[in-house]
Each structure stands twice: as C-alpha cells, then as structure tokens.
Design a protein around this ligand. Structure first.
Ligand code: FDA
Length: 299
C-alpha cells in the first residue's frame, strides 16, 4: 500500500459521508430490497447466484435486534416469491450479540429454522476475533438442529486450521475468506503473503476433507491456486463454489464463470451502509484516486 493510499485510509473517518457514499455505491445494491432484487436478477443473467445481506451491525438495542431478525425472516419469503437464486448472510452483532448471547442465539435459531422451512440456507458471517467462539459454536449447534446453515472461516486467524478439525464431518459447509478485521499479530497473520499461504493451507484442508467450500476471494493468485487444488483433489462441482463481493472485480467474476465454475455474489442492501462501505473502501487499491476525484466532483 503506497504512503498516499495509507494516508487516505487513515483519513477516511474525516471524509464527508456523502463522498464515502458516492465512492462506495458500487459495493451496495441500494437502500431498498427492490434494489437488491434487481441486482440479483442482473447477476442471474450473468450466470451467478447470490447471497443477500441486510446492512447493519453492532446493534445495542434489543428491539432493533428483534426487528432485524423479522426482516431476515421476511427475506426468505421474498426470495421464494420472486424465484431468486439466493441464500442469505447475517452478522451476529446485528442480532444482538453485543447485548446478550442468549438473545442472539434465539434470533439465529429463528432464522435458521425459517431457512430450513423455506428450503434455503443462512450463512453466519464471521466478525472480529471476539465473536469467533460464539459464531462457531452457534454454527455447530444450528447445523445439527436444522442443517440449513453455513459459516465463515478467516484464513488470517492462527486458529483456522484447528477450527477446520472441529467441523463436523457430515454436511459441514463453510465460506473461506482472508478476513477483513485487522487483528493483532498474537492471534492472526498480518503479512500479505503469509495470509495468502494460510489461505491455501486452509483451502487444501477443507477440500481434502470433502467439506463444501465457498472460495471467497478476488485475489487472482488464490483463484489460480484454488483451480489447481480443485483439479488435484478432483473436487466435484457440487462440493464448492467461488464467492465474490458485489462491486469488486466483475472481470474476474466473469472469467471464473466462463471457465465453468459456480459463483455466488454477496449482495448487501439497506440503510446502514456506512460501516460496511468503509471496510470495502479500505481494501480498494484505487481508493486514493477515487476519493480525490469524488472530492473534486469528477466522475
Ligand atoms: P485482496 O484484498 O488481496 O484483494 C485482491 C484483489 O481484489 C485486489 O488487488 C483488488 O484488485 C481487488 N479488490 C479487493 N477488494 C477490493 C475493493 N474493495 N475494491 C476494489 N477492488 C478490490 N470477511 C470477514 O472477515 N468475514 C466475513 O464473513 C466475510 N465474508 C465475505 C464474503 C464474501 C463473498 C467475500 C468475497 C469476502 C468476504 N469477506 C469476509 C471479506 C474477505 O475477508 C476479504 O477482506 C476480501 O475478500 C478481500 O480479500 P481478497 O481475498 O479478495 O484479497
């Protein structure tokens, strides 16, 4: 990361919200569910499926956590009515994890039960290191109870290889990503190339154990490594898929689909776009140029 990019990333909290919104709008389907439905239809025409995410996290109000839970429950009905090829993804801190673990567990249970009843799946996204134990234990519990649930492992975490050992052998399904939260060196790899190596090791372990894996990355090097591992382990098409975020490298997305692989796009929508968008902007190698251009009103 250049000094200029680091400087812009450091200054992001000072950048006016409308400018952040302007630069980050490619990462979010829109404020309304209808916007997300349109995006999923476009992706379908491209040959990709989706996972829908309602934006919002770090909820501190019980009523709001329950409101989000009801929104998620309604989402499964919408997916069915509109015949959308989409699962859903949810963050535990949106469902009240920061208020009370029991509340969050009960909300996750309701969502997983609805997913099962509607023939769909919910992915429990992974947030920062303080949530890992809760997320994985909830995942194991709900998988045993309903089967309609997946979760996320972050390659940067030192614990990930042993977390793979603790996955049930039967019916486990995970998304593997690098991990967006910047964790300390005591618990996570922090060097770019070490994180890449850790990703390959975790992916190899998942695929060789026959665990369904969502290969979530836009790193072309890792996509190539994944192709080699899929070939080496003769992984059948129904045991993996690639996953990418809305607004990130559609060229790579088309390339992967064109080579005959299944691909799912993470489609976030909703009013609470700011935290998600700033995380995405921090990862955008061109953030400096985009922010400066937006600042001076250039397209
Ligand atoms: P890397 O960041 O090195 O990016 C590789 C290349 O992709 C870059 O060089 C650039 O070309 C392009 N790129 C990446 N980000 C960009 C951006 N924002 N704008 C423009 N170009 C960009 N994390 C987590 O902690 N918990 C989770 O639950 C999830 N869930 C999740 C779902 C899905 C479907 C995906 C794809 C990712 C996640 N992540 C996540 C995020 C993940 O951990 C990681 O932060 C990002 O995917 C970026 O890592 P890459 O592997 O793409 O590599």
């Amino acid at each position: 990361m250049s000094l200029f990019t680091r400087m812009i990333v450091g200054m992001l909290p000072l950048v006016p919200k409308p400018i952040v919104g302007f630069v980050a709008k490619r990462y979010v389907a829109g404020v309304k569910l209808e916007n997300a439905i349109d995006v999923i239809r476009q992706l379908d025409r491209e040959g990709a499926c989706a996972t829908l995410d309602i934006l919002g996290e770090s909820v501190t109000d019980r009523g709001k956590a329950e409101w989000f839970t009801q929104q998620y429950i309604g989402l499964f009905e919408t997916i069915k009515t509109h015949n959308l090829f989409s699962t859903v993804s949810v963050k535990p801190t949106m469902l009240g994890l920061n208020i009370d673990e029991g509340l969050c567990r009960a909300n996750l249970d309701l969502i997983a039960a609805t997913a099962k009843a509607q023939g769909n799946t919910v992915c429990i996204d992974m947030e920062d290191r303080t949530t890992t134990d809760f997320t994985l234990s909830s995942y194991r519990e709900l998988l045993a109870r309903y089967g309609s649930v997946t979760t996320v492992l972050q390659a940067r975490m030192h614990r990930t290889l042993s977390d793979i050992d603790s996955l049930p052998g039967d019916g486990a399904s995970v998304r593997l990503c690098k991990g967006i939260y910047l964790e300390p060196r005591s618990v996570a790899w922090t060097e770019y190339h070490t994180i890449r190596r850790a990703y390959v090791s975790a992916l190899e372990k998942l695929l060789s154990r026959g665990i369904f894996t969502g290969i979530a990355t836009h790193d072309e090097y890792l996509v190539q490594e994944a192709f080699a591992l899929l070939d080496h382990y003769r992984v059948p098409r129904e045991k993996y898929e690639f996953q990418m975020l809305l607004g990130v490298d559609p060229g790579l997305r088309r390339l992967v689909i064109g080579l005959g692989h299944r691909l799912r796009v993470y489609v976030p929508f909703g009013k609470e776009w700011y935290a998600y968008s700033t995380r995405r902007l921090r990862e955008n190698p061109d953030i400096g140029r985009h922010v400066v251009r937006a600042f001076f009103g250039l397209r």
